[in-house]
Design a protein around this ligand. Structure first.
Ligand SMILES: N[C@@H](CCC(=O)N[C@@H](CS)C(=O)NCC(=O)O)C(=O)O
Length: 209
């Protein structure tokens, strides 16, 4: 019997981040479908846990936490005995935070527009010019990531960390959209490696829906 409950639908990128880490850490949990077609997120009971009405939400015992990156940090700090996924050294930890923040503020916003436009929007409603503008912005972001990966094997340096997780899920979406892409060799090398992680194999590599 687990004391860990995760609310969120399987095709949500933010839920997948947490599922991936639970798999890599071999944590047991119960997952309850919530969000989009599953609803639940606007019920008072859910809003009392997560006032944003979004997924994921994690509950461990009586402790409730939302924001996918906060959940990643919390689970890595509390359950990663190797202390490498969210490193203890001030500088290494700051670099992980830097890339997690960059994902949320620079890379994901234009990628979210691309993902919704190509996957969740019907063709007649698609603003192709706007999508192409955002494609170029994402490409520019991925050139920055590619440059980082030309110097280091993993996103935040010499080891796999929680900073790799959101960016790998973003790149998986990028690679599966029906769009033009410039080839980025370091990014491709890293993506081949990161997609061997147990969490990606189980939860990250599904078809986009
Ligand atoms: N910053 C939040 C964003 C959460 C978020 O936007 N979740 C989306 C799914 S990826 C959501 O709940 N969408 C509404 C729904 O699924 O009903 C996080 O990282 O957890």
């Amino acid at each position: 019997m687990t004391n860990r409950i995760l609310w969120g639908r399987l095709n949500s990128i933010n839920v997948q981040k947490v599922l991936w880490l639970c798999e890599d850490l071999q944590l047991d949990f119960e997952r309850l479908d919530a969000g989009m077609q599953f609803g639940l997120t606007q019920t008072q009971a859910y809003l009392d846990m997560n006032p944003n009405g979004l997924v994921p939400t994690l509950k461990e015992g009586n402790f409730v936490l939302w924001e996918s990156h906060s959940i990643l940090r919390y689970l890595a700090k509390s359950h990663d005995t190797s202390r490498t996924l969210y490193p203890q050294s001030l500088e290494d930890c700051a670099l992980v935070d830097q890339w997690l923040d960059w994902n949320n503020t620079s890379a994901w916003p234009p990628m979210r527009i691309l993902f919704w436009g190509w996957i969740r929007c019907s063709a007649p409603d698609r603003d192709v010019a706007d999508l192409d503008k955002n494609r170029l912005i994402v490409q520019k972001m991925l050139v920055i990531l590619d440059h980082q990966l030309s110097q280091f094997p993993w996103v935040a340096g010499e080891r796999f960390t929680i900073a790799d997780i959101p960016l790998a899920l973003l790149v998986h979406r990028w690679l599966h959209l029906p769009i033009e892409r410039e080839s980025l060799v370091n990014l491709e090398r890293w993506f081949n490696a990161v997609s061997q992680r147990p969490g990606f194999i189980r939860y990250g590599g599904a078809a986009l829906t």
